[in-house]
Design a protein around this ligand. Structure first.
Ligand SMILES: [Zn+2]
Ligand SMILES: [Zn+2]
Length: 246
C-alpha cells in the first residue's frame, strides 16, 4: 500500500516479513492490510485545532474558539476505538515497540491527505522519569522516532523534559487540570536552538483531555517555536468517553 504525499515523499507501508494483518489476520506484507487501513481510518470532519470530531462544515470546536490551544493544528489517524485502542495498548504495554512503524505510517498517511504544512522536526511528549522507569520505554518517543525515520525529518529526543505527572484528572475541570500541570514541562537546557523559530510537531499516542499537550505546546511556543502542531494516533471522541490509560 502506497500513498503519494504532498510533501515530496511517498508514504510507504513498510515491507516486513509477511504475516497476519494486525487487525483481521489476512496475509499481508504491510502489518495492516489494505482494506483494514481504509476501513479503520475513515475521513472524518474534525476540529482543526484539537481533532475532535465535528459536524460537517465546521472547522473549529467551541472550546478551541473560546480558549485556543498553543498548538495550531492536530492531526490524527482515527478516533480512539477499535482497532487502534488494541494496537496502542499492545504498543504501550505489550513491549512491542516495533508497532511504532505501523502506527507512524498510518499517521503519515493521514497527514499526507491533510492540507497542513509539514513540520521541520518531531518532538515527543515525554513521560516522567518515574513512568519511564516503570514502563521501560517511552511510547511517544518511539513514535516520534519512527515518524522521523519514515518521513526523513529529524526527531528530537531531549527537547522537552517532563518534571512530574499530574494527579489523575478525569473529573477535574480543564482550568484545574491546567493548573495541576504548571511547571510539568520545560525545554531542556542546551536544546533551545532546536525550538527557536521552528515549526515542530509534538507527538503522542492518544489525546484524551489534551491538557498535557496544551501545556507542552505552550512551553514550546514560550521558548520561541514559530509553530507547534500536534500529531496523535488516536483521539478520544468526546469528554464523556472512557479515559485512555495514561
Ligand atoms: Zn486486515
Ligand atoms: Zn477543538
Amino acid at each position: 500500500m502506497q500513498e503519494a504525499g504532498r510533501w515530496g515523499f511517498a508514504v510507504r507501508w513498510r515491507a516486513r516479513l509477511p504475516g497476519g494483518c494486525e487487525v483481521c489476520g489476512t496475509w499481508t506484507q504491510a502489518g495492516l492490510c489494505g482494506p483494514c487501513g481504509t476501513r479503520f481510518a475513515p475521513r472524518v470532519d474534525r476540529c482543526r485545532r484539537c481533532a475532535l470530531p465535528l459536524p460537517e462544515g465546521l472547522q473549529t470546536c467551541t472550546e478551541c474558539l473560546q480558549e485556543p490551544p498553543a498548538f495550531e493544528r492536530s492531526l490524527c489517524v482515527a478516533d480512539y476505538g477499535f482497532p487502534w485502542q488494541r494496537l496502542i495498548a499492545r504498543f504501550k504495554y505489550g513491549r512491542t515497540p516495533e508497532l511504532a512503524a505501523l502506527l507512524a505510517t498510518a499517521l503519515l498517511a493521514a497527514a499526507a491527505r491533510d492540507d497542513a504544512p509539514p513540520p521541520e522536526a518531531f518532538v515527543a511528549l515525554p513521560l516522567s522519569p518515574r513512568r519511564l522507569a516503570e514502563r521501560g520505554y517511552d511510547q511517544a518517543w518511539e513514535l516520534a522516532r519512527a515518524l522521523g525515520r519514515e518521513a526523513g525529518l529529524p526527531a528530537h529526543a531531549r527537547v522537552l523534559e517532563r518534571r512530574f505527572d499530574a494527579p489523575a484528572q478525569a473529573r477535574s475541570s480543564r482550568a484545574q487540570r491546567m493548573r495541576n500541570l504548571q511547571g510539568a514541562f520545560a525545554v531542556a537546557a542546551g536544546e533551545r536552538l532546536r525550538v527557536e523559530g521552528r515549526h515542530l510537531a509534538l507527538v503522542d499516542d492518544v489525546m484524551t483531555t489534551g491538557a498535557s499537550a496544551r501545556e507542552a505546546a505552550r512551553v514550546l511556543r514560550e521558548a520561541g517555536a514559530a509553530r507547534v502542531d500536534l500529531w496523535i494516533v488516536a483521539r478520544t471522541p468526546a469528554p464523556a468517553a472512557p479515559a485512555a490509560p495514561a
